[in-house]
Design a protein around this ligand. Structure first.
Ligand code: E4P
Length: 209
């Protein structure tokens, strides 16, 4: 399973990368906004210089021409950029066109298996089901991942399932059990994966002995 951090914070990305287990980064407009008044393209370049892996950067246009224009600009920023496209009708068209141009894409804001099926048919490289946000409305986000896995396996789709909107270590564990290809998580959740009281207690005892 690949691990991505879901943040635009350069220090957190550096720290995760230093652990040696980071495979990529996902950002979105809200995460970039948290960084203050930064130049978007320069910031994406800085992220790409830290991590040797796919870095998702999202378009903000909602029409086909606008998405294509932003995608072309983003791919000039760095070779590791994966263009994040929202799961709307114009987005499906853009996914298909970008796939034909050999540009890598991450289809974002996926909340149903049928949306994921469309994205895979359009040639998305990644599909991002937002588990946490599904849980937020009292549904089961993990069922979404499981169903997408089954559908993609039924038809040998190569689109990678990128479990997103992960909020805690149990989400990561269950996404791994469900066969998600990637988990993208906040830096804090990555660190929380380490936590176990018996590890702390055991280490304390070993060090004391
Ligand atoms: C994924 O690419 C998104 O950036 C992200 O996982 C959204 O998570 P949130 O629901 O915690 O905002």
């Amino acid at each position: 399973m690949k691990f991505f951090v879901d943040t635009a914070d350069l220090d957190d990305i550096q720290e995760a990368n230093d652990m040696g287990i980071l495979d990529g980064v996902t950002t979105n407009p809200s995460l970039v906004k948290e960084q203050g008044n930064v130049d978007f393209h320069e910031h994406v370049f800085k992220i790409c210089e830290i991590v040797d892996g796919d870095v998702s950067a999202e378009v903000t246009a909602t029409d086909f021409d606008g998405m294509m224009e932003e995608a072309h600009t983003l791919t000039q920023v760095h070779e590791n950029v994966v263009v994040k496209i929202p799961l709307i009708k114009e987005g499906i068209k853009a996914l298909r066109a970008l796939d034909e141009e050999g540009i890598e894409t991450n289809c974002t804001l996926c909340f149903s298996p049928s949306q994921a099926l469309l994205a895979a048919k359009a040639g998305a490289d990644y599909i991002s089901p937002f588990l946490g946000r599904v849980d937020d409305i009292s549904a089961d986000g993990m069922t979404l991942v499981e169903e997408i896995r089954e559908i993609y396996d039924n038809y040998d789709f190569e689109t990678e399932i990128l479990a997103a909107s992960i909020r805690h270590p149990t989400h990561v564990k269950r996404a791994a059990l469900a066969g998600a290809d990637v988990a993208t998580m906040p830096f804090e959740t990555l660190i929380d994966l380490l936590d176990h009281p018996l590890t702390d207690r055991g280490l304390e005892r070993f060090l004391a002995d």
